[in-house]
Ligand binder design. Structure first.
Ligand SMILES: C[S@@+](CC[C@H](N)C(=O)[O-])C[C@H]1O[C@@H](n2cnc3c(N)ncnc32)[C@H](O)[C@@H]1O
Length: 635
């Protein structure tokens, strides 16, 4: 099955109303922070589940206990918690998790769906040999997931079977719907089927900050949308309380085989995260609507491997099959210009490099050692840009490992800076050190946004990543400018970009086309960036070697040496170093530089917000970000 547009649709328009989920659960890590019924943040005194028979204290429940923001939410969701077998499953899971399951959410979601299916459809227990491709129109994919031979298929098979077995045990102990036929049998085909359906159709639900907090399965209007690595649509989640203009359903199924209808008409209680599909490209009437099931900033082979592992299909979207490969896919795996013999870099050498990047990132993510992570990652990317005679692989600035490194470096430098500030900001030495760390964090954020922008010019489906990275860069630069004020007596003076290109484009009646916005934005910030880059890059030899973090035309002419001295860079930016000073310091961030930082941040924030409004509309969240933009623009 697939979904097609029923009319011509412009870029940045909703294709569906807010669709309610069939079933949803929070991840275990989110249960103590979010309401299990409406996914809002829990109040200080949350409400426990209401047992239909008694009202036990929370401590009687196995952890993680679902908690609710109100009695109403608890009374809506609690019955399902008890009658689906979820409560029992949690207890079994805590005693001994089934093979390869670290979080119980897929199993809990499957139990809730079985409960729904039996209530509505009264599905009987299938025979083990029976091939049931769909339940309520949703693909189960069980045959492929369980029986298709592939690398790792034995582990997937074991994982699904052990999870399904625990679900059956939990249902047997608790649910009213466990049909007699099932009681006489000791297999768990129904559980296997629904678990496979969940693995095939469930989507991760994010909170406003983009953190995954839960998973949900939606009806066919959403679940029949196929994947593309260059999709024309994306989706977002809204809560039932959010006010937004409702679109009609502008997509319809295109059946490639006879298929039962979904559950469009079942009674919903209106709870859980609702999903809205939105166009990120213009879509013509009759054209297939597609979304991304995987991260689009990964190289082709990685995307294909993930799709195969999770869904068992080989992606044959235009981006995957075009010959020669697209510029973006080439760039994401490109080796540095200094490395003359790309072909000779063996897979094992690349793998060794990947392992080193992973180890460095783990220092930060698993061990919380941001300093060691920064040192290791910078050493790796620094090495990768130095021209060498060896045949060992050297990563290009656009390589996906480099992009991952910039993300981690931006975040770990920021954490180090705020840790140091919190320690004792009054100590002069700390103040200056923290400022330098903020500066380097902002530089990596800007580089990441610049590289993504460069790729986005060739692949417009990267709009969501672009939006994210420009907003992060803008916030980071604004934060830096504010921080620099703490180090001086001056205040931020108002200054205007002579052709402030994006002033009115956030307004709903803006008629500017995206292509025009892109090019105006780029022209406007290219000059502005050069004025601050040497300040931002001064603490890292890798960053200093980058002549311009948003305009990469210099890369083409830097075959021999990509490294400029800090002094040359500073002059280029009209910012002269004091004699003998190894780097620029907070006190040297004069008003002119500060003003440029603020102006650049205003542009980044505004452009990020425009891209965000294409993907997500002008949400409440964006309204909040917009106040930051206005603040930045005021200066
Ligand atoms: C959420 S469903 C999408 C709807 C599905 N086509 C159907 O008929 O129900 C996900 C499954 O659709 C299929 N699918 C999605 N995108 C695909 C693509 N680009 N190429 C081949 N199969 C795809 C895979 O079998 C995948 O497991």
């Amino acid at each position: 099955m697939e979904m097609r547009a029923v009319e011509d649709i412009a870029i940045g328009e909703d294709l569906t109303p807010a669709l309610p989920p069939l079933a949803f659960v929070l991840l275990e890590t989110a249960v103590s922070s979010y309401c299990s019924a409406c996914f809002s943040i829990l109040p200080p005194q949350p409400f426990p589940p209401l047992n239909p028979n008694s009202r036990p204290n929370c401590s009687h429940f196995p952890s993680p206990t679902p908690l609710y923001c109100s009695v109403n939410c608890s009374s809506i969701d609690s019955p399902l918690h008890f009658s689906s077998g979820e409560l029992r499953l949690l207890s079994l899971f805590r005693q001994s998790p089934p093979f390869a399951w670290e979080d119980s959410s897929d199993l809990r979601l499957s139990l809730r769906l079985i409960h729904l299916f039996q209530k509505i459809e009264k599905i009987e227990c299938p025979e083990a040999s029976e091939i049931i491709e769909r339940i309520g129109g949703l693909m189960t994919n069980r045959e492929k997931l369980i029986f298709e031979e592939s690398e790792n298929s034995e582990n997937v098979y074991q994982k699904i079977r052990s999870g399904a077995k625990m679900m059956a045990e939990a249902r047997r102990a608790s649910t009213d719907h466990y049909v007699n036929a099932e009681k006489k049998r000791d297999d768990f085909v129904l559980e296997e089927m629904v678990l496979c359906l969940v693995l095939t159709n469930a989507v991760e639900v994010q909170d406003k900050n983009g953190c995954t907090i839960g998973i949900a399965v939606y009806d066919t209007a959403f679940s029949w949308i196929n994947h593309s690595c260059s999709p024309n649509s994306c989706y977002r989640f809204v809560s039932r309380l959010e006010n937004h203009q409702q679109s009609s359903l502008r997509i319809a199924s295109y059946a490639t085989s006879g298929c039962r209808h979904g559950y469009g008409d079942i009674e919903r209680n209106g709870y859980g995260p609702r999903v809205i599909v939105r166009s990120i490209k213009a879509v013509q009437k009759g054209e297939e609507v597609t979304i991304a099931y995987t991260d689009l900033l990964q190289p082709k082979e990685m995307r294909r491997a993930q799709l195969w592992f999770k869904y068992r299909f080989s992606c044959s979207c235009p981006r995957c099959v075009v010959v020669p490969t697209t510029y973006v896919d080439y760039a994401l795996q490109a080796l540095s210009v200094g490395c003359t013999d790309n072909q000779d870099s063996s897979d094992s050498e690349i793998e060794k490099l990947m392992q080193s990047f992973d180890d460095a990132t783990n220092d930060y993510l698993s061990l919380g050692d941001a300093e060691s992570c920064c040192k290791k990652l910078e050493h790796l990317i620094d090495e990768s840009i130095k021209p060498k005679e060896t045949k060992s692989p050297q990563l290009h600035l656009f390589h996906y490992l480099s992009l991952n490194a910039y993300t981690t470096l931006a975040s770990s430098y920021k954490v180090r800076a705020s840790d140091l500030s919190a320690l004792n900001y009054e100590v002069e030495k700390h103040k200056l050190e923290a400022f330098d760390l903020y500066k380097t964090s902002a530089a990596y954020s800007l580089l990441l946004a610049g590289v993504t922008h460069h790729l986005f010019m060739s692949e417009s489906a990267l709009v969501a990543s672009g939006s994210n990275f420009w907003i992060n860069a803008g916030e980071s630069l604004l934060n830096l400018a504010k921080n620099s004020m703490r180090n001086s007596n001056s205040t931020l003076k108002p200054g205007k970009c002579s052709d402030y290109c994006l002033v009115d484009t956030l307004e709903p009646n803006s008629t500017m086309q995206l292509e025009e916005i892109k090019s105006r934005f780029f022209n406007c910030i290219a000059n502005m960036t050069l004025k601050v880059w040497s300040v931002l890059a001064s603490e890292s030899s890798f960053l200093r070697s980058i002549q311009n973090p948003i305009d990469f035309t210099w890369l083409a002419s830097s075959e021999t040496s990509m490294i400029l001295s800090a002094e040359e860079e500073s002059r280029l930016a009209g910012f002269v170093l004091k004699k003998g000073s190894p780097s620029l310091e907070a006190s040297e961030c004069d008003d002119q530089v500060r003003m440029n930082l603020v102006m650049l941040s205003g542009h980044c924030l505004r452009y990020g917000a425009i891209l965000s409004s294409i993907c997500y509309g002008l949400s409440d969240e964006m309204a909040h970000k917009k106040s930051n933009i206005i603040l930045a623009v005021k200066y």
